[in-house]
Design a binder for this molecule. Structure first.
Ligand code: FPP
Length: 234
């Protein structure tokens, strides 16, 4: 079994990419949306199980109103433009987070696409939108409490937005090396990869190379490999 099956990406650097070109920040988001399409297709071709993208955090809501509403419109356009490709590629699409602030039309589009693709068996494409890792954890705690379920790792994972959720590799573009409240529970044993490339310049080649390189890393999950035990004559 391949060691990298579930990948998450913090798609950072859109604003700086645009500003470095003397363009408004939203120009970076437009280009970024096209990159999402290419990377999802490559993830699907590589046979990954899931790709979770940080598209809009709870903290992003406090950005200037014009940028926020632009991102909402961009999501709406993305859903219209990408639907055909998502269906053709047998992708299962889902949005994770509290995105109830979106307008009715967009909410309907999300729910339609989720319903149309829920039986698809290919890549699980997750958009984290209105997402925050801490609030996801609190929500799961409340859910277990309400249902009077035993607090176990298994039940906790099931109470998250996406029940099949452990991440093998977290990539962050744009040069910063932080987690920014993304998938805090799910990345417990994830490999981390930080690239300076801003998201609008992130290519399918770089993506494939990162997967190839991190697949070679030895993942021990806190244990010692059998070969090492033999070598150390333990
Ligand atoms: C960070 O760039 C990126 C985001 C706020 C979210 C990611 C958004 C996209 C990839 C655009 C497409 C989105 C949808 C909904 C289809 P930043 O603005 O924080 O960049 P900076 O760090 O350079 O300021």
């Amino acid at each position: 079994m391949k060691s990298i099956q579930n990948v998450a990406i913090i798609m950072d650097g859109n604003g700086r990419w645009a500003q470095n070109r003397f363009r408004p920040r939203i120009w970076g988001h437009v280009r970024g949306a096209h990159v999402i399409s290419n990377i999802s297709e490559r993830a699907s071709d590589l046979g990954l199980n899931s790709l979770t993208l940080y598209a809009f955090s709870t903290e992003n809501l406090s950005r200037p109103e014009a940028e926020v509403s632009f991102l909402f419109r961009l999501l709406d356009k993305f859903l219209i433009r990408e639907e055909k490709k998502i269906l053709e590629n047998n992708i299962q699409f889902k949005v994770l987070g509290d995105f109830s602030f979106l307008n009715k039309k967009t909410l309907e589009r999300i729910s339609n696409l989720e319903n149309k693709t829920k039986e698809n068996t290919g890549l699980k494409l997750r958009f984290a939108f209105g997402y925050g890792g801490r609030s996801e954890i609190l929500r799961a705690c409340k859910k277990l409490n309400e249902n009077q379920e035993e607090i176990s790792e298994e039940n906790f994972s099931k109470a998250l937005y996406d029940d099949e959720s452990d991440i093998d590799l977290l990539i962050r573009t744009g040069g910063d090396q932080r987690i920014s409240n993304f998938l805090l529970w799910q990345i417990a044993y994830a490999e981390l990869f930080f690239t300076k490339t801003p998201w609008p310049d992130f290519t399918t080649q770089e993506f494939s190379q990162i997967i190839q390189d991190t697949s070679k890393r030895e993942r021990r999950f806190g244990q010692i490999l059998t070969e090492s035990i033999k070598e150390m004559s333990l």
